[in-house]
Design a protein around this ligand. Sequence first.
Ligand SMILES: NC(=O)c1ccc[n+]([C@@H]2O[C@H](COP(=O)([O-])OP(=O)(O)OC[C@H]3O[C@@H](n4cnc5c(N)ncnc54)[C@H](O)[C@@H]3O)[C@@H](O)[C@H]2O)c1
Length: 247
Amino acid sequence: MKIGLIGVGTIGGFLAEKIKADSSLELSFVLDTDPEKVTGFSKEIVINSIDEMPTVDLVVEAASQQAVGQYAEAVLAKVNFLILSVGALSEQALEEKIVSLCKEHSTKFFIPSGAIAGIDMLKAMQSEVKSVELISRKNPKGFGREDAEPVVLFEGYAREACKKFPKNINISATASLNGIGFDKTKVKMISDPECSGNRHFLHVVHSFGEMQIDVKALPSKNPKTSSTAAYSAFDLIKKIQFGINLY
Ligand SMILES: NC(=O)c1ccc[n+]([C@@H]2O[C@H](COP(=O)([O-])OP(=O)(O)OC[C@H]3O[C@@H](n4cnc5c(N)ncnc54)[C@H](O)[C@@H]3O)[C@@H](O)[C@H]2O)c1
């Protein structure tokens, strides 16, 4: 399967290595606005604009919320799109545009569970879900802060959280899209010096019970990004390649 990567920072760099190490996958292009990030790749696969995109089977975005809007049309007009910066879909007009592009061009967009677990059950119970609450703790470094005590940085709903913290709370978008939406999914974000990395607590109440998921993960090279998110994205690439019932 031929794959193109938009953004080869922390997650994209990890994915590039995994793709190169897998003989059934081919890294067909990399695109990054920072020229430093693409220096380690062979010149043949570095593109400077999405207009230069070669024929691929899947494009993976691991760049930024802004990049999702910037490239969605060019990508989805031709090929399936896996999006890491899920918070971009908190912009309702962009979510609608992506859904309509997929319908128009018979393409698909994919979102990984990323740094959170339990998304499978949330999705399965979607019509029965009564409430979803996400409490995210990160070391102050993850917010570019130096707090000595826990500080609540945000309390509200996912749509606003994704706008205010575009690099930090993509999992609230993932939970929203698989659950009860951006305007009903409660989010609390805490800068916590006792947290060595990132800790995400998801509480879902549905008609037949409830689910509590508590994920602790070390940060990646990027203190805003959980190390688990990149593994989740590669797992989804393999599921797309072989079909969801691989295991
Ligand atoms: N879904 C999840 O659970 C989850 C978890 C962690 C991170 N993320 C998101 O994934 C994305 C990547 O995270 P990261 O830690 O690898 O970030 P990073 O900052 O380490 O790397 C991002 C790379 O993308 C490049 N880039 C930014 N905007 C671009 C654009 N418009 N066009 C091309 N390249 C562009 C940057 O130059 C950089 O090299 C971020 O948006 C982050 O918020 C999602």
